[in-house]
Design a protein around this ligand. Sequence first.
Ligand code: PLP
Length: 346
Amino acid sequence: MKNPLKYVRPNILALAPYSTARDEFKGGDISVWLDANESPYDNGLNRYPDPHQKELKRHVAELKGVRSEQIFIGGAGSDEAIDLVYRVFCRPGEDNVVAIAPSYGVYSVAAAINDIEFREVQLGSDYSLPVNRLLKATDPRTKVMWICSPNNPTANAFPRADIARLAEAFDGIVVVDEAYIDFSDRGSMLDVLDNYPNVIVMQTFSKAWGMASLRLGMAFACPEIAAIFAKVKYPYNVNGPTQKAVIEHIINDDITAHVDEIKRERVSLAAALEALPMVRNVFPSDANFLLARFDAPDEVYDYLIENGVIVRNRSRIAACEGCLRITVGTPEENQRVITLLKDFKK
Ligand SMILES: *Cc1c(COP(=O)(O)O)cnc(C)c1O
């Protein structure tokens, strides 16, 4: 078993975190709160929230089948956890990271912000995971490997065995971004966390859970890494109304019906797109979007906008030439796209 703490920056290992008033509060039957210089006038928002999000973590732990001590909660969506990965493991100007390409753009932007060299390794044919080339791209200063599965924008999930092989062979941290995992039949890497202490799994409430507006992201890791994230994050990084709202949605919502409908619609939308002469091919999807290759992507993109429909133009990304990324919407929305595309005249 790898010791994940050996990848942590020395200054972060040595860090004594800021201690908030509510960190020092050890519990007890308190009715008068005079420790945090808050306003005493109750308007529902006047108290600082729990900096450790204990109740929220209890619900997330139950939902995901992990332990609270393995959870980090981010209040700026997954972006906060992505940035923390750099700040915790990568020494600016010295270390580097390796990532698959094409993939989610935030990894490289966060690398640039943190002054970390970003090494891209193109996916293999059919967007397969290039395990050997990823490993070859590493050197002793490679601290992190970014794997997005299901991958954005290619839509496919990678075999769990391939990701596990990377975790075994790479002497560093493997981050698996599972933002779209609820739409995939491949299964999450969450259940291997105890076997691979150098793996961090990221998920979010922004996609299948329908709470993109709240900005709540999650990272799951061994307790040692989760504890380091907790000491580096801003103290009150998840606000009180968000903690409360997410707990209520976890308790009250069942996302199964919506996820099942999106998966059914994904199949029918892909078939309808493939039947159009203007579409060269539609890539297999484990996510809530389709990547489709068009003969004239820019014209189609503009035409859809003129008709009130926005998709993502990915046609200028290497290995996605000609491609538009289309989120699966409601049955009516998907039908509208197909009807419009059938009427498209070049
Ligand atoms: C949408 C998405 C996320 C989620 O981002 P949030 O900041 O949590 O909303 C994370 N990773 C990938 C690859 C995504 O496409």
